[in-house]
Structures are given as C-alpha cells and as structure tokens.
Design a binder for this molecule. Structure first.
Ligand code: GLA
Length: 728
C-alpha cells in the first residue's frame, strides 16, 4: 500500500520506493505537514512543537491555548485571512466582503490508480501501480469545501498534488488566488534551483540560498514562458550531482504561474505554487468549483542527477502519451532555416529529395504555406492551403514526399490571429483586445480568444480538414508571442479575470480534440522554441522544439538546464547551417550532430548545398542515430559537467542493464597552455569490463572512480562521442 492512514493519530502516510510523506489532521482538524524525505519506519508527529510565539495569534476556539498558531505550524494548504501571515494557498472574498478561509479536516478517500483532472493534463497510470488520496476539508464558517488530492507513484518517487475548491453555499464566492500545492519544510537549510531565460537562451540554471526574503518565480505572460520555467528544486546547500537531498516541484500547466519560496520567522521554508494570481479573478456561483493545475513533486536523497533520472522516467511514462512513446521517431528535415517564407514546390521537393537520399525520414513544411502568409505580418488564422505557392494541393505535396520514401509533417500556429487576415476581418471580436484600445502586438500578431467554443470549433474544423486532405504524420504546434490585452468580448465584466486561465483550458481542449481525432499524428510543441516547455504541453506532444537557438555551443547549456527536469526524448534538436543564424558562430558539422543527438534528432538546413564530404557525414550521423536510438530514448542520462565550470561540456547515456554507454564531449572554450581534460564516467557496473572503440578495455570501476582523460587533441568547438560496450 502506497497510502496508509493511522486512524488513531489521524496520520496519512504516503510511501514510495525512496521517499515518505506524512501529514496529520490534528485534534483541531488543521491538516499539518509532518515530514517529507527518506523513508522512515514510524510516524513523525513528534516534529510538531507548540510554543507561545508573540505576534502570532491563536484561533478563537483555542484562545486559552497560546501555544497554537496557524502562523507557525507547518501546513498542507495554507489558510487565508485568519492569522497565517505567510504565503496563502487561496485568496477569496464572499458576497458580504469577508475573506477568511480556515480549513478543517472532514474525511478522506483512497483509490487505486491515478486521478484525472477534467479539462487539464495530469499524470496518467496505465499500469495501475499508483494510488490516490483525497482529503476533504471545510471552512469553519462559510459553505466552502476544499479537496486536496495526492497521487502516489511508488516507483518514481513522485507525489502529484492538486486542490479543488467548491462553493457549496448559496452566495457567490470570488477567487483571487488558488494554488496547486503548499509544502512547509519545517526545518533545515535549503538552496533553490530554478530556470530563468529568454527567447533563444532558455533554461539557464540559477541557484540561491533560501533566506527570509520572499522569492516569487513567475510568468505573467499567459504562457509558462522562456523567461522562467514552472519547475524548481529545493535542495540541501551541499547537494550536488551525486549526493544530497533534493525535492523538485513542477506544474503541469502551460499558462502564467507563480512559485513562491520563503523562510519564516522560525526557519520553516514554505513553497507554494500554482496559477499566476496577478490578473486572476474567478467567479464561483452557488454549486460551482475550481480545480488547480497539477503539481508534481519528486524526492531524491542522492543528488540532482538521480532526481533528474527519476523525473525523466516519470515524464516518459506518466506525462507524455501517444504512439510515439513506443514507436521510433523519424529523423526529420525542417525547411524553416533553409527557406524561411521564401519557398515554392521546386525548392521544397529539392530539399526533400536531397534529404531522402541521405537517409532522412520525414520532411516538415514550416510556416508560410497557408493564406497569404509570405511574411510574419499576415495570414495567421487563415488555415487554407496556398495552392499557388505549393504548386498544387497539400495532398499532392505530401504524396510527392511520400513517394521519395519520407513521411510528411506540417506547421500550424492555431492560437494566433493576424490583423491582416480574412479571419480577423470576419471576426475581429475573436482576438483578445480591450475595448477602445489598440492591442499590444507580438511578432505583429494578436492572440485568439481560445476560451470561446466557436473559436475552437473553427480551428478544429480547419486543421482537421487539412490533416485529412493529405498524408500528414506530424504537426509542429507553434505559439509565437506572450499574451497581453487578455480581455474577452464574450465574457461579462466581472469575468474578465478568467481570460488567461480560460485561454489555457481552451488550448488544452483543442489539443485534446486534435490528438484524439488523429492519434497516429505526432505533435511537436513549440513556442518560439522553448517558450512553453512544460509538462502540460508534454501531455499532448512527446517532444518540444527546445529553442529557436540552434547554435550547438549555446544548445549544450540550454539542453543541460532542460535535463534537470525533462527527458532528452522531449528535446527537439536539429543540425543547422553555419555561420549559425542566431549567433553567427561557426561550429564543426560533427559537433552540431553530437549535440543534436542528445535529443529528438533532425536537420534544419538546405541539404542540397552541402559538399560531398558533408553529405557523407550526414549519412554517418544517420547511421549513428539509428545505432544509438534505443540508448538515447530509453537510457539513463548523466550530466558530467556543468556550463561555465569547465572548458568543455560532457554528458552520458547508460542503458538500463549498464551494458552500453555513450559519452559525448564538446569543447566549449580553448585556452593557452591548457591542462588535460578528465571525466569520471558515471552509472556503469564497477565489476563489468567495457571495451571502448579504440579497442582498450577497462573495468567500470576504473572508468568511474579513476576516470578517463578525454579528447586531448580536440580544438575549440570540436566534439567526440565515446561508445562503451560491456564485454559479455
Ligand atoms: C517560431 C518557431 C520556428 C519557426 C517559426 C515560423 O519562431 O520557433 O521554429 O517555426 O516560428 O514562423
């Protein structure tokens, strides 16, 4: 049993292979957080300490007992306006203007399997190994109930959480904030690791000591954003790749979010995360409820590397869906950097033919094939094939590509509308704009009101008819701006604060409809590269274009940051031309392929322009991609270096049975009078002997503990792959 309830003490115990989570409904019905960490045998109520803390008040019903204060006790879901001055899990107001929420325990339920969240992505469990706990809470005065959900995935040491708030009274309730989860770490020093960034340079890694200054990591952009990923790690300040306690917290959500972390007066660290409360106001009429997006927690006592590997397995098994989780993904060629908007049938078929000849398996037609879309100022929303530009129908183009032995894929940007489009001329009110105010434009485009059913129906009809008209195996689903002017012409005045979240729900609804209607089509998510690189999108698309920046050297750090939380199978990664279009840097062709192979591999260039020697290299890269496919997609990922810490980046993938490993090394910096470069390989079997491609044989122990000098002859930006095979 992953979930137990100790009736007498009213303690809930959630157990996974390597973690334990305990909470107690105390004698007053307050749900206290007791413990989260390595497995323990007993119950941990002894950690709760009641003390008289001045200026931390006491609930009225306990006014004679000054040692009880909600302001200092560790809680599962923090209250509102009744004496806990720390971060709130909920903010609301009742019809009489009051705003208190003081939740007390009522009852619980335990179920086999994973819980679903209607209309939103959530971790799934086909094997039925997980369990769900629902704890029912109720306010002491008002007719408001909150159900706290806990999903326990024992094998991956993951606990998922969400919360539902129900208005069971007669009066209206207005919600201003509704977090997915609150976790109070009662004691202990912690570092916070998080992933800030910007377009073209996503998911850098920052680490800071958690003190009394409040940290609010967030996106107010209506999307999870390039600028801050909805994922954090709290860890022991001494924790590193291979040692130390670490806890991750991630949202299965693609909209604006907030994750707050702060140490309180007694040293308790509160982590609270969910939907961005800025511009969020949600009306709950009698009988209505609101459900927060899911949060995923994972624990490791063995450092960041082990935490990442648990998350990688969890995401591959319990977040991503679809046939391409098992089926081999084709190597693709995308025409974007080769042509941008400037293409015709001849150019496309020329690129496709050269790709087919080199062993590439799918041609993806990017932006510019619909409406009058010959630049990025117009056409979004007009999902009609530009047959003049394509020299015929989409079906005919797909057929030509198929005849070359390749699959065919197509780009869409469903959630957007250009001012210069037939769609906008017919339905100006479908764009999110404020009355009487010209909207802020991003890439010259506006955002569709995805909360409206008729908008989604239009998109579904248009996209479906194109997908049915041709043999399409893949869709690149793009989203190229941050949202502003979040005002809907279809909602009343008091519901405008719902627009941002309704947008996300509407997008999920459309993604669900498309993926259900076309289950054999693989969707690759994209938002100007990695602007929506989150677990919500991964539920619909098993890979996401990781960044618009294809510079291999920058990519090593973007992919490093991504790997903290996301498996490399989700990383869309392509070989592109040099000088690179984003950085102008020149990097050897081989290096570009080594970096792209640490992801879902493809090309983004005009292969016709390659020299014979480069073409030969592509053939070799394709061969290696197939050779290493199972290892890359199913193996365990190890980070061997960190950006800026060494003059090279190295990473490794080891098969589950430890009989194969692939180490990749990229020289990121060169210096005079340089020192030898060393790596200690990880994750091997110390007793096994491994043969390297140069014929040398070493014990796993020797490669892991003594290490290996690497690439002494490599020059700046050069790379190598070291393949190890066990001698058995
Ligand atoms: C975004 C994507 C690119 C490309 C363009 C097309 O920037 O990230 O890969 O698809 O849109 O306009």
């Amino acid at each position: 049993m992953a979930i137990r309830f100790e009736e007498e003490k009213r303690i809930f115990i959630l157990e996974t292979a390597g973690s334990c989570y305990q909470m107690q409904a105390d004698e007053y019905g307050v749900l206290l957080h007791l413990y989260y960490g390595r497995p323990v045998k007993g119950t941990t109520e002894h950690l709760i300490h009641h003390e008289d803390v001045a200026f931390s008040g006491n609930p009225y019903d306990l006014s004679d007992y000054r040692k009880y204060s909600l302001d200092v006790l560790p809680q599962e879901f923090s209250s509102c306006g009744v004496g806990d001055y720390r971060e709130k899990s909920v903010e609301l107001a009742y019809a009489d203007g009051s705003f208190g929420l003081d939740l007390r325990y009522q009852s619980y339920e335990i179920h086999k399997g994973a819980y679903k969240i209607e209309g939103m992505p959530a971790a799934h469990d086909e094997e039925g190994k997980s369990e769900t706990l629902i704890i029912h809470m109720k306010d002491t005065v008002k007719e408001v109930e909150v159900d706290l959900y806990y999903g326990v995935f024992p094998r991956q040491d993951v606990i998922t959480r969400t919360a539902v708030l129900r208005n069971v009274g007669e009066e209206k309730v207005t919600l201003y904030k509704m977090m997915s989860a609150n976790i109070d770490f009662q004691y202990g020093e912690k570092d916070l690791i998080y992933l800030p960034g910007k377009w073209g340079m996503e998911r850098k890694v920052e680490r800071t000591y958690v003190n009394h200054a409040a940290i609010h990591l967030d996106s107010r952009r209506g999307t999870s954003s390039h600028h801050m990923n909805p994922s954090v790690i709290l860890c022991d300040p001494l924790a590193g790749e291979d040692a130390g306690e670490c806890y991750s917290f991630q949202l299965v959500y693609s909209g604006g979010f907030q994750i707050s972390v702060q140490k309180d007066q007694r040293g308790t660290i509160r982590l609270c995360g969910g939907i961005q409360p800025d511009q969020f106001v949600w009306q709950l009429n009698a009988g209505e409820s609101f459900i927060a997006p899911q949060a995923v927690l994972c624990y490791s006592s063995d450092g960041l590397g082990s935490l990442s590997r648990k998350l990688h397995r969890f995401v591959n098994k319990h977040i991503c869906r679809g046939i391409y989780m098992k089926k081999k993904r084709p190597i693709l060629i995308n025409n974007w950097e080769a042509t941008y908007f400037d293409f015709n049938l001849e150019k496309l078929t020329g690129i496709a033919a050269s790709a087919a000849e080199l062993g590439i398996e799918m041609m993806v037609l990017d932006d510019g094939w619909f409406g009058k879309r010959n630049n990025d100022k117009c056409g979004l929303g007009d999902w009609f094939v530009n047959e003049e530009k394509l020299g015929g129908s989409m079906g005919a183009l797909a057929e030509k590509i198929n005849q070359m032995g390749m699959k065919f894929g197509l780009w869409f940007e469903p959630e957007m509308i250009s001012e210069d489009s037939d769609l906008y001329r017919a339905h100006p009110d479908w764009a999110l704009t404020q009355p009487g105010r010209k909207p802020n434009l991003g890439r010259s485009q506006m955002v569709l009101d995805m909360g409206r059913q008729e908008v989604r129906d239009y998109l579904f009809e248009q996209i479906s008819s194109i997908l049915k008209s041709a043999n399409i195996s893949y869709v690149k689903w793009d989203m190229n701006r941050s949202i502003s002017d979040a005002y809907s012409a279809a909602l009343p005045v008091d519901r405008q604060g719902e627009v941002y979240h309704r947008f996300v729900l509407g997008t999920y609804d459309l993604m669900e409809r498309i993926t259900s209607a076309f289950p054999e089509i693989m969707i690759e998510g994209c938002s100007g590269g990695g602007g929506r690189y989150d677990l919500g999108i991964m539920y619909y698309s098993p890979q996401i274009w990781c960044s618009d920046n294809t510079d291999a050297i920058n990519r090593t750090s973007i992919q490093y940051g991504s790997s903290l939380f996301y498996p490399i199978s989700t990383v869309g990664s392509h070989v592109s031309v040099c000088p690179n279009h984003q950085t102008r840097r020149v990097v050897p062709f081989h290096t570009r392929a080594v970096v792209a192979m640490a992801g879902s591999f493809g090309y983004e260039m005009d292969l016709q322009k390659l020299s014979e020697e480069e073409k030969e290299q592509v053939r070799e890269q394709v061969r290696l991609y197939h050779k290493y496919y199972d290892l890359v997609h199913e193996g365990d990922y190890y980070r061997l270096t960190a950006p800026g810490k060494a003059s090279f980046m190295a990473w490794e993938i080891v098969s589950e049975d430890k009989k194969e490993a692939l180490v990749s090394v990229v020289i990121t910096e060169i210096e005079g009078n340089r020192c030898p470069r060393w790596i200690q390989i990880k994750g091997l079997d110390p007793e096994m002997q491994y043969e390297l491609e140069d014929g040398s044989v070493h014990y796993g122990s020797d490669l892991m503990y003594a290490g290996l000098p690497v690439a002494p002859a490599l020059k700046e930006y050069e790379a190598c792959q070291i393949y190890l095979k066990a001698l058995i």
